[in-house]
Design a protein. Structure first.
Length: 248
C-alpha cells in the first residue's frame, strides 16, 4: 500500500510536469521518477502508458509540436517537409487546414501508433540528395512555436513536394503551389539542386519553372542537363497519372 507521503510526493511532481507532451523515461527521471516507479504509477492511474518508456498525464491532450519535438530525439533528420512546410510558409491556397502532415527523416522507421492515431501523417525517408549535402541544410526552426521542431525551407520543401508527385501527391496541386514560388533564394536552391540525385524531381522543377517563367527556372534547366537521363523521362503514377518530362 502506498503511503500518504508517497502520493503527496508525486502530486508535487505532477504539478511540475509539462502539459501537452509525451513524457519519456529520461524526462521523468529528472523529476525523480524512476522507470520502475513510472510503471507503478501508470498501473495506479497516475500516468497513462503510451508505449514502453513513454507516458502522458491522464486526461491531457498531446500537441502536435510537442510530439514532433519528442520524436525528433529518436528519428534522425525528422522535419516537416513538402506541402506541409509550404503551408507553414504561407502557401495555403491549395493546402487544407487539416491536411495530412508531410514528415521526412533520414531513415525508414515506423512512427509510433500513439502519434499516428492522433495526427494523420505520411512519413518517408526518400533520399533526394547525395551524402555530401551538409547535414541539416535548408532546414529551420518552426517560424512560430517550438525551436526544436524543424521545417524545410521553401526551396527544399518544393523539391520534396515534387518528389511526392505520383506517390499520393497530384501534379495539378503541385503546379498550383509551385506557381506561387517566385521568390525562392537562388543560392539555396542552387546548393540543393547540385546535390539532388532524383531525375524526376529536377525535371519537374525544370518543367514547372519554365511553364510559369519563374526566376529560378534556368537553374533547374542546368541541373536537368547535369543529370541527363535522355531527352524525355516518362513515368506512370500509382493513380495512372502519366508524367512525360522533356529534358533541358
Amino acid at each position: 500500500m502506498k503511503s500518504t507521503n508517497d502520493v503527496f510526493s508525486f502530486k508535487t511532481v505532477l504539478a511540475k510536469l509539462p502539459r501537452g507532451e509525451p513524457l519519456g523515461s529520461a524526462m521523468l527521471a529528472k523529476y525523480g521518477v524512476s522507470a520502475f516507479r513510472a510503471s507503478a504509477l501508470a498501473r495506479s492511474g497516475w500516468l497513462t502508458h503510451l508505449v514502453r518508456g513513454v507516458y502522458m498525464l491522464p486526461g491531457d491532450t498531446l500537441t502536435r509540436d510537442a510530439c514532433l519535438a519528442f520524436l525528433a530525439q529518436q528519428v534522425a533528420g525528422l522535419h516537416l517537409g513538402g506541402k506541409t512546410a509550404l503551408g507553414l510558409g504561407g502557401m495555403r491556397q491549395a493546402v487544407a487546414f487539416r491536411d495530412v502532415l508531410s514528415l521526412w527523416g533520414d531513415r525508414a522507421k515506423p512512427l509510433p501508433a500513439w502519434f499516428t492515431q492522433r495526427f494523420e501523417c505520411r512519413y518517408q525517408s526518400t533520399q533526394l540528395f547525395d551524402a555530401s549535402l551538409p547535414k541539416g541544410f535548408a532546414l529551420q526552426p518552426l517560424p512560430v512555436g517550438r525551436a526544436d521542431v524543424l521545417v524545410a525551407t521553401p526551396e527544399r520543401a518544393m523539391l520534396e513536394l515534387l518528389s511526392d508527385v505520383g506517390k499520393g501527391q497530384s501534379l495539378a496541386q503541385a503546379r498550383e503551389l509551385v506557381e506561387m514560388l517566385h521568390s525562392l533564394r537562388s543560392d539555396v536552391l542552387e546548393m540543393l539542386l547540385a546535390h539532388t540525385t532524383r531525375i524526376k524531381v529536377v525535371r519537374l522543377a525544370q518543367a514547372l519553372g519554365a511553364e510559369f517563367e519563374l526566376p529560378w527556372a534556368p537553374l533547374a534547366a542546368r541541373h536537368s542537363q547535369r543529370l541527363g537521363g535522355g531527352k524525355r523521362w516518362i513515368a506512370v503514377s500509382s493513380s495512372g497519372e502519366r508524367l512525360d518530362l522533356k529534358g533541358a
